[in-house]
Design a protein around this ligand. Structure first.
Ligand SMILES: Cc1ncc(COP(=O)(O)O)c(C=O)c1O
Length: 398
């Protein structure tokens, strides 16, 4: 008898988690590792948001709530979309889940039949691929090139469309590249989605962290027709530094939202009641902390990109958003460190961790060999220290 289901055996463990575990083990041993793997802001949750949760607990708001979110929170999400994106949604078009990861999981479960294809632009955030597979869908990985700023154009997407194409994932700003799609590019993709009738799953969790003047455009803003075909996935983990609170949400067609609510009613039930109260305040209260984080990230991005580009053999484009850089390391392949030849991004990441005590994530984990992902959700002092170590390591390569 095979113990695990075929489905369970299909899931690949997250490579980012594996690197994180190795890093934590070294830290536990007392090694001074500069950790560039982190996927969460290094700021505390804003005080007024924490206060709202404490008040909710003390007021006895500690019981089950409606499965897909309290009405107040759904209203707050609608308010956010109106304020930030000029988009009109009603509470029946919103489902609140336990983080954006859960929102995505629900979407694939309710949207995909076995063999349905989902186009995933690479470099991609690791969980998309596995979640599509768990839902019996078929991931269609479509690589974007660095020279295109890691953005796909509509013509490339058109080439891989088949009668089984059910959805396209867009992640702007992107994890891991930090790229941001322009309105013009989104218009072309939107026209294709409407013409060919596939859904666009638009993961916008990094929305507040855009450093270019163009700002954020959601594909749902392009036309009412594409809004009908779009599911926006969002959450408070990144925007309000609330990773531990586990609040994410989906906006889209009522029938899909109703199916997500039903699924959730049989799996997790509601997100934590007090976290929902905190989320209301985060979305509707002062956004000053978000602005402060954005400014800090912008400064760090500029420092890290400048430092990476000053290291011979490395090159790094300036990402427009999120809090990651994705330097090209392919010129280091074939060089040797203490007798070992650097063959790929995984080996480089491992050598950097064990020899230079700098933790990064190999590009191969995101479907893009030849790159490393470096998170700058850490202090400027740490960034300088980590970059000193990377520079010394590269200089020591034969
Ligand atoms: C692109 C992207 N989408 C979604 C998520 C999930 O965020 P959460 O489940 O914490 O809301 C992450 C987290 O790293 C992410 O990088």
């Amino acid at each position: 008898m095979t113990i695990l289901s075929e489905r369970a055996r299909r899931i690949a463990p997250s490579a980012t988690m594996a690197m994180d575990a190795k890093t934590k083990e070294l830290l536990r041993q007392g090694v001074d590792v500069v950790n560039f793997t982190v996927g969460e802001p290094d700021f505390d949750t804003p005080a007024h948001v924490k206060k709202a949760a404490v008040e909710a607990i003390n007021a006895g708001f500690n019981k089950y709530t409606p499965v897909a979110g309290i009405p107040e929170l759904k209203e707050a999400v609608c308010y956010k979309f109106k304020r930030d994106n000029g988009l009109t949604y009603t509470p029946a078009e919103i489902a609140v889940s336990i983080g954006a990861k859960h929102s995505l999981y629900n979407i694939f479960q309710v949207l995909l039949d076995p063999g349905d294809e989902v186009i995933i632009p690479a470099p991609y955030w690791v969980s998309y691929l596995e979640q599509v597979k768990v839902a019996d869908g078929c991931p269609v990985v479509l690589s974007s090139r660095e020279e295109q700023g890691f953005r796909l154009d509509a013509a490339q997407i058109k080439e891989v469309l088949t009668p089984r194409t059910k959805a396209l994932i867009l992640n702007s700003p992107s994890n891991p590249t930090g790229c941001v799609y322009s309105r013009r590019q989104l218009e072309e993709i939107a026209a294709l989605a409407v013409e060919k009738q596939f859904f666009v799953i638009s993961d916008e969790v990094y929305e507040p962290f855009i450093y270019s003047d163009t700002g954020h455009v959601s594909i749902a803003q392009i036309s009412p027709e594409v809004k009908e075909m779009t599911l926006i996935v969002h959450g408070l983990s990144k925007s309000h530094s609330m990773t531990g609170w586990r609040i994410g949400y989906t906006a889209g067609r009522k029938e899909i939202i109703a199916a997500i609510s039903s699924l959730q009613s049989h799996s997790t039930s509601n997100p934590a009641s007090m976290a929902q109260k905190a989320a209301v305040v985060a979305l509707t209260g002062s956004q000053d902390s978000v602005t402060e984080m954005r400014e800090a990230f912008r400064r760090r991005r500029d420092i890290i990109v400048k430092r990476l580009n000053s290291i011979p053999g490395l090159s790094c484009r300036l990402p427009e958003g999120a809090f990651y850089v994705f330097p090209n390391i392919s010129k280091l392949f074939g060089r040797r460190y203490k007798g070992q030849t650097v063959a790929d991004s995984m080996q480089l990441a491992e050598l950097l961790l064990t020899e230079a005590h700098v933790a990064t994530v190999p590009g191969s984990a995101f479907g893009a060999e030849g790159y490393l992902r470096i998170s700058y959700a850490t202090s400027e002092a740490n960034i300088e220290k980590g970059l000193d170590r990377i520079a010394a390591f590269v200089a020591a390569l034969e």
